[in-house]
Write a protein that binds this ligand. Structure first.
Ligand SMILES: NC(=O)c1ccc[n+]([C@@H]2O[C@H](COP(=O)([O-])OP(=O)(O)OC[C@H]3O[C@@H](n4cnc5c(N)ncnc54)[C@H](OP(=O)(O)O)[C@@H]3O)[C@@H](O)[C@H]2O)c1
Length: 271
């Protein structure tokens, strides 16, 4: 089986590519680095033609206004080229992601939607890392007592590959994937600090103040506005519960946040 992996240079795509190769699949990596651009229809067919399946990870956010059009477009093109099995990364509790999921379902593909919790790797890869490494803590609009089942992206990758290789078992299904433990943002930062051997602080700020911080960091105003509205919706307690998708699909417990923090600290992530 040949699988196209979008976002192959990113957090989930990189792990999906690795897990797919380990499972014996041929992997075709797709991102702008290899000539595939979600925003350029003319770049889609060259990457998709001749493949059997694809992992779709829409950049920035699956709930962004243009995501449904792009996901639907790529999915329909894939199906027309004979790429039938499509697995879409979506987000748990995110109503804004539903149009993109619907566009996938309407494409005629053998679809699976993987709805992930907040990534553990948001603390080790991406924009929050520098703040933890250089700023000595994290500022974010998640309330002090709000809890989230942070998921290790390697578990997402393993679930995606299982959905690709398990015949039709996960076709037409949404799978919620979370970590095994609910943590507040403050507790997660404290576990990162304990693993890194550093005192790290957490401070919750109101959404409006966070938007000003984002634009101060150079995030375009429209994107900052979208992100802050999204965080306000998502960080209301709706996701403060565990799901058993990882155990159902993989037959084992999800990786724990403390193990993630130890490994990332061992690699010098927050030194
Ligand atoms: N962060 C979370 O906690 C969380 C939770 C649930 C769901 N999600 C979803 O995860 C998705 C993002 O996945 P990720 O975090 O694995 O990705 P990521 O680490 O943010 O990396 C983005 C990837 O997309 C590629 N890319 C960027 N712009 C592109 C374009 N115009 N065309 C083609 N490729 C492009 C990048 O490579 P190039 O630069 O080479 O193009 C890179 O490989 C979003 O849909 C988000 O909603 C995130």
């Amino acid at each position: 089986m040949t699988v196209v992996v979008t976002g192959a240079t990113g957090r989930t795509g990189g792990r999906v590519a690795r897990a797919a190769r380990a499972a014996g699949l041929a992997v075709r990596e797709a991102s702008r680095a290899t000539g595939f651009d979600w925003r350029e229809r003319s770049t889609w067919a060259g990457v998709l033609a001749g493949a059997d399946a694809a992992y779709l990870a829409y950049p920035t956010d699956i709930g962004s206004p243009e995501a449904a059009g792009a996901v639907g477009g790529v999915a329909r093109e894939a199906v027309s080229l004979g790429v039938r099995r499509l697995v879409l990364l979506s987000a748990r509790g995110e109503e804004r992601a539903r149009p993109a999921e619907e566009a996938l379902r309407g494409s005629g593909a053998e679809w699976t939607v993987v709805r992930a919790a907040w990534f553990a790797q948001n603390f080790s890869e991406g924009p929050l890392v520098e703040e933890l490494r250089l700023g000595g803590g994290l500022v974010f609009p998640a309330a002090e007592g709000l809890r989230e089942p942070f998921v290790d992206v390697r578990d997402i990758a393993d679930v995606v590959v299982a959905a690709l290789v398990s015949g039709g078992r996960y076709v037409g299904r949404e799978i919620d994937v979370t970590g095994p433990r609910l943590l507040t943002w403050g507790e997660a930062v404290a576990e990162v600090g304990a693993a890194a051997g550093r005192e790290l602080s957490y401070r919750c700020v109101p959404a409006r103040e966070y938007r000003e911080r984002l634009t101060g960091f150079g995030v375009p105003d429209a994107e900052a506005g979208f992100l802050v509205e999204l965080f306000e919706e998502l960080l209301d307690g709706r996701n403060a519960r565990l799901s058993d998708g990882v155990r159902q699909v993989l037959g084992r417990a999800p990786r724990d946040f403390a193990a993630f923090a130890r490994e990332a600290a061992g690699a010098g992530t927050w030194a």
